[in-house]
Write a protein that binds this ligand. Sequence first.
Ligand SMILES: [Zn+2]
Length: 265
Amino acid sequence: MPELPEVQTICNELNEVLIGRELIGIESFRNNIVVFNSELVKGQTIIEVKRVAKYILIKLSKDQQIVVHLRMTGKLIFPIPDNYKGKYVRAKIMLDNHDEMIYDDVRCFGKIYVNNSEQTASLLAKLGVEPLSSNYNIDYLLEKSKYRRTEIKPFLMDQNIIVGIGNIYAQEILYHSKISPTRSVQSISKKEWAKIIKITREILLKAIECNGTTISDYRRVDDRTGEFQNFLQVYGKDKCPKCQSELVQIKQAGRSTRYCKVCQK
Ligand SMILES: [Zn+2]
Protein backbone atom coordinates (compact mmCIF):
# COMPACT_ATOMS: atom_id res chain seq x y z
CA MET A 1 0.00 0.00 0.00
CA PRO A 2 1.35 3.45 -0.81
CA GLU A 3 2.49 5.22 2.36
CA LEU A 4 3.31 8.89 2.97
CA PRO A 5 6.38 9.15 0.68
CA GLU A 6 4.61 7.44 -2.22
CA VAL A 7 1.46 9.59 -1.92
CA GLN A 8 3.62 12.73 -1.54
CA THR A 9 5.54 11.79 -4.71
CA ILE A 10 2.29 11.34 -6.64
CA CYS A 11 0.99 14.73 -5.39
CA ASN A 12 4.26 16.49 -6.30
CA GLU A 13 4.16 15.02 -9.78
CA LEU A 14 0.46 15.77 -10.33
CA ASN A 15 1.07 19.36 -9.22
CA GLU A 16 3.52 19.74 -12.06
CA VAL A 17 1.13 18.54 -14.75
CA LEU A 18 -2.43 19.30 -13.56
CA ILE A 19 -2.49 22.90 -12.30
CA GLY A 20 -4.67 25.10 -14.48
CA ARG A 21 -6.19 22.20 -16.38
CA GLU A 22 -9.95 22.25 -16.85
CA LEU A 23 -12.09 19.25 -15.90
CA ILE A 24 -14.56 17.89 -18.41
CA GLY A 25 -15.91 15.09 -16.24
CA ILE A 26 -15.28 11.79 -14.49
CA GLU A 27 -16.27 8.49 -15.98
CA SER A 28 -16.47 5.43 -13.72
CA PHE A 29 -16.45 1.77 -14.70
CA ARG A 30 -17.06 0.37 -11.20
CA ASN A 31 -19.88 1.38 -8.85
CA ASN A 32 -18.02 1.06 -5.59
CA ILE A 33 -14.98 3.16 -6.44
CA VAL A 34 -16.23 6.61 -7.30
CA VAL A 35 -18.43 8.42 -4.78
CA PHE A 36 -19.51 11.42 -6.77
CA ASN A 37 -21.72 13.42 -8.99
CA SER A 38 -19.56 13.97 -12.04
CA GLU A 39 -21.65 16.98 -13.12
CA LEU A 40 -20.20 18.90 -10.17
CA VAL A 41 -16.68 18.97 -11.55
CA LYS A 42 -17.53 20.00 -15.08
CA GLY A 43 -15.82 23.21 -16.18
CA GLN A 44 -13.83 23.61 -12.98
CA THR A 45 -10.12 24.32 -12.98
CA ILE A 46 -7.55 22.38 -10.93
CA ILE A 47 -5.81 24.80 -8.58
CA GLU A 48 -3.69 22.53 -6.36
CA VAL A 49 -2.85 18.89 -5.63
CA LYS A 50 -2.08 18.26 -2.00
CA ARG A 51 -1.43 15.29 0.29
CA VAL A 52 -3.26 14.83 3.58
CA ALA A 53 -2.33 11.58 5.34
CA LYS A 54 -2.58 8.97 2.55
CA TYR A 55 -5.21 10.96 0.64
CA ILE A 56 -4.62 12.89 -2.58
CA LEU A 57 -6.65 16.11 -2.62
CA ILE A 58 -7.16 17.64 -6.05
CA LYS A 59 -8.52 21.10 -5.26
CA LEU A 60 -10.91 22.66 -7.75
CA SER A 61 -11.84 26.28 -8.41
CA LYS A 62 -15.34 26.19 -6.85
CA ASP A 63 -14.63 24.98 -3.30
CA GLN A 64 -14.65 21.37 -4.36
CA GLN A 65 -12.10 18.60 -4.23
CA ILE A 66 -11.54 15.28 -5.89
CA VAL A 67 -10.19 13.15 -3.05
CA VAL A 68 -8.42 9.92 -3.95
CA HIS A 69 -7.33 7.10 -1.63
CA LEU A 70 -5.30 4.47 -3.48
CA ARG A 71 -5.59 1.77 -0.77
CA MET A 72 -3.78 -1.43 -1.89
CA THR A 73 -3.23 -1.20 -5.63
CA GLY A 74 -4.71 2.08 -6.92
CA LYS A 75 -2.70 4.20 -9.39
CA LEU A 76 -3.27 7.57 -11.00
CA ILE A 77 -1.67 7.68 -14.42
CA PHE A 78 -1.04 10.92 -16.29
CA PRO A 79 0.16 11.52 -18.91
CA ILE A 80 -0.52 8.00 -20.14
CA PRO A 81 2.70 6.31 -21.30
CA ASP A 82 2.74 4.59 -24.70
CA ASN A 83 3.35 1.15 -23.16
CA TYR A 84 0.40 1.39 -20.71
CA LYS A 85 -1.81 -1.66 -21.28
CA GLY A 86 -4.92 -0.40 -19.51
CA LYS A 87 -6.06 -3.72 -18.06
CA TYR A 88 -7.48 -2.34 -14.80
CA VAL A 89 -8.92 1.04 -15.73
CA ARG A 90 -11.64 1.73 -13.14
CA ALA A 91 -12.23 5.43 -13.80
CA LYS A 92 -11.18 8.22 -16.12
CA ILE A 93 -10.81 11.86 -15.19
CA MET A 94 -11.33 13.78 -18.42
CA LEU A 95 -9.44 17.02 -18.97
CA ASP A 96 -9.46 19.78 -21.53
CA ASN A 97 -7.71 19.19 -24.84
CA HIS A 98 -9.00 15.57 -24.98
CA ASP A 99 -6.53 14.46 -22.30
CA GLU A 100 -7.47 11.99 -19.62
CA MET A 101 -5.99 10.80 -16.34
CA ILE A 102 -6.58 7.13 -15.62
CA TYR A 103 -7.42 5.57 -12.28
CA ASP A 104 -6.10 1.98 -12.46
CA ASP A 105 -6.73 -0.48 -9.62
CA VAL A 106 -6.27 -4.27 -9.74
CA ARG A 107 -8.01 -4.99 -6.45
CA CYS A 108 -10.54 -2.13 -6.37
CA PHE A 109 -10.21 -1.11 -2.72
CA GLY A 110 -9.45 2.49 -3.67
CA LYS A 111 -11.92 5.36 -3.56
CA ILE A 112 -12.47 8.61 -5.45
CA TYR A 113 -14.70 11.18 -3.76
CA VAL A 114 -16.04 14.41 -5.20
CA ASN A 115 -16.54 16.57 -2.12
CA ASN A 116 -17.11 20.12 -1.00
CA SER A 117 -14.69 21.28 1.69
CA GLU A 118 -17.12 20.37 4.49
CA GLN A 119 -17.40 16.78 3.24
CA THR A 120 -13.62 16.56 2.93
CA ALA A 121 -13.17 17.90 6.46
CA SER A 122 -15.49 15.24 7.84
CA LEU A 123 -13.71 12.51 5.84
CA LEU A 124 -10.37 13.59 7.35
CA ALA A 125 -11.65 14.48 10.82
CA LYS A 126 -10.41 11.49 12.78
CA LEU A 127 -6.89 11.37 11.39
CA GLY A 128 -3.84 11.65 13.63
CA VAL A 129 -0.91 14.05 13.28
CA GLU A 130 1.31 14.42 10.22
CA PRO A 131 4.74 12.93 11.04
CA LEU A 132 6.55 15.72 9.17
CA SER A 133 4.76 18.42 11.17
CA SER A 134 5.70 19.89 14.55
CA ASN A 135 2.57 18.25 16.03
CA TYR A 136 4.49 14.97 15.93
CA ASN A 137 6.43 15.62 19.12
CA ILE A 138 7.37 14.01 22.44
CA ASP A 139 4.47 15.51 24.41
CA TYR A 140 1.94 14.26 21.87
CA LEU A 141 3.39 10.74 21.80
CA LEU A 142 3.60 10.53 25.61
CA GLU A 143 -0.03 11.63 25.87
CA LYS A 144 -1.23 9.13 23.23
CA SER A 145 0.74 6.22 24.70
CA LYS A 146 -0.06 6.89 28.37
CA TYR A 147 -3.07 4.57 28.69
CA ARG A 148 -2.33 2.20 25.84
CA ARG A 149 -0.93 -1.30 26.06
CA THR A 150 -0.19 -1.42 22.34
CA GLU A 151 3.15 -2.53 20.95
CA ILE A 152 5.18 0.23 19.35
CA LYS A 153 4.92 -0.99 15.75
CA PRO A 154 1.09 -1.07 15.47
CA PHE A 155 1.06 2.22 17.40
CA LEU A 156 3.22 3.91 14.73
CA MET A 157 0.89 2.51 12.05
CA ASP A 158 -2.34 3.66 13.73
CA GLN A 159 -3.73 6.34 11.38
CA ASN A 160 -5.77 7.84 14.21
CA ILE A 161 -2.51 8.62 16.03
CA ILE A 162 0.04 9.27 13.25
CA VAL A 163 -0.84 9.36 9.56
CA GLY A 164 1.04 8.03 6.58
CA ILE A 165 3.24 5.36 8.18
CA GLY A 166 2.50 1.81 7.02
CA ASN A 167 4.15 -1.58 7.28
CA ILE A 168 7.33 -0.77 5.36
CA TYR A 169 8.29 2.51 7.05
CA ALA A 170 7.27 1.38 10.57
CA GLN A 171 9.77 -1.49 10.35
CA GLU A 172 12.53 0.70 8.95
CA ILE A 173 11.97 3.44 11.57
CA LEU A 174 12.22 0.93 14.43
CA TYR A 175 15.31 -0.72 12.99
CA HIS A 176 17.15 2.60 12.67
CA SER A 177 15.93 3.62 16.14
CA LYS A 178 17.30 0.30 17.54
CA ILE A 179 13.95 -0.37 19.24
CA SER A 180 12.19 -3.72 19.20
CA PRO A 181 8.78 -3.59 17.45
CA THR A 182 7.32 -5.68 20.29
CA ARG A 183 8.04 -3.10 23.02
CA SER A 184 4.97 -1.76 24.80
CA VAL A 185 4.48 1.94 24.09
CA GLN A 186 4.41 2.62 27.83
CA SER A 187 7.99 1.33 28.12
CA ILE A 188 9.39 3.81 25.58
CA SER A 189 11.44 6.52 27.32
CA LYS A 190 11.43 10.22 26.43
CA LYS A 191 14.86 9.82 24.90
CA GLU A 192 13.64 6.91 22.77
CA TRP A 193 10.58 8.85 21.57
CA ALA A 194 12.93 11.69 20.58
CA LYS A 195 14.98 9.21 18.57
CA ILE A 196 11.88 7.72 16.91
CA ILE A 197 10.71 11.23 15.92
CA LYS A 198 14.10 12.17 14.46
CA ILE A 199 14.47 8.89 12.55
CA THR A 200 10.88 9.04 11.25
CA ARG A 201 11.58 12.45 9.69
CA GLU A 202 14.91 11.33 8.22
CA ILE A 203 13.47 8.18 6.67
CA LEU A 204 10.31 9.77 5.28
CA LEU A 205 12.25 12.71 3.79
CA LYS A 206 14.84 10.40 2.25
CA ALA A 207 12.04 8.22 0.82
CA ILE A 208 10.31 11.28 -0.68
CA GLU A 209 13.65 12.30 -2.21
CA CYS A 210 13.81 8.77 -3.71
CA ASN A 211 10.22 9.11 -5.05
CA GLY A 212 8.95 6.33 -2.77
CA THR A 213 9.43 2.59 -2.45
CA THR A 214 8.37 0.19 -5.20
CA ILE A 215 7.98 -3.39 -3.95
CA SER A 216 5.17 -4.53 -6.20
CA ASP A 217 2.36 -2.21 -7.27
CA TYR A 218 3.38 1.33 -6.48
CA ARG A 219 4.23 3.44 -9.51
CA ARG A 220 4.79 7.13 -10.04
CA VAL A 221 2.22 8.95 -12.20
CA ASP A 222 4.29 8.33 -15.32
CA ASP A 223 4.53 4.60 -14.44
CA ARG A 224 8.18 4.78 -13.30
CA THR A 225 9.18 3.05 -10.04
CA GLY A 226 10.45 4.70 -6.84
CA GLU A 227 14.00 4.10 -5.61
CA PHE A 228 13.80 3.81 -1.82
CA GLN A 229 13.58 -0.01 -2.01
CA ASN A 230 17.36 0.15 -2.53
CA PHE A 231 17.74 1.64 0.95
CA LEU A 232 15.54 -0.79 2.91
CA GLN A 233 17.34 -2.47 5.82
CA VAL A 234 14.83 -4.97 7.24
CA TYR A 235 11.62 -4.92 5.19
CA GLY A 236 11.68 -8.07 3.04
CA LYS A 237 15.25 -8.93 4.15
CA ASP A 238 16.60 -12.10 5.77
CA LYS A 239 19.73 -10.86 7.52
CA CYS A 240 20.54 -7.81 9.61
CA PRO A 241 22.81 -5.59 7.48
CA LYS A 242 24.73 -4.50 10.61
CA CYS A 243 25.39 -7.66 12.62
CA GLN A 244 24.49 -10.32 10.01
CA SER A 245 22.11 -12.14 12.41
CA GLU A 246 19.04 -13.82 10.92
CA LEU A 247 16.08 -11.44 11.22
CA VAL A 248 13.11 -12.60 13.28
CA GLN A 249 9.73 -12.65 11.53
CA ILE A 250 6.56 -12.20 13.57
CA LYS A 251 2.95 -11.06 13.04
CA GLN A 252 1.60 -7.96 14.76
CA ALA A 253 -2.00 -6.82 14.29
CA GLY A 254 -2.21 -9.12 11.27
CA ARG A 255 0.85 -7.61 9.56
CA SER A 256 4.24 -9.23 9.16
CA THR A 257 7.22 -7.67 10.96
CA ARG A 258 10.93 -8.37 10.61
CA TYR A 259 13.50 -7.18 13.08
CA CYS A 260 16.94 -7.92 14.53
CA LYS A 261 16.90 -9.30 18.06
CA VAL A 262 20.53 -8.32 18.53
CA CYS A 263 20.37 -4.68 17.37
CA GLN A 264 16.81 -3.82 18.42
CA LYS A 265 16.08 -3.77 22.14
ZN1 LIG B 1 21.51 -6.74 13.92
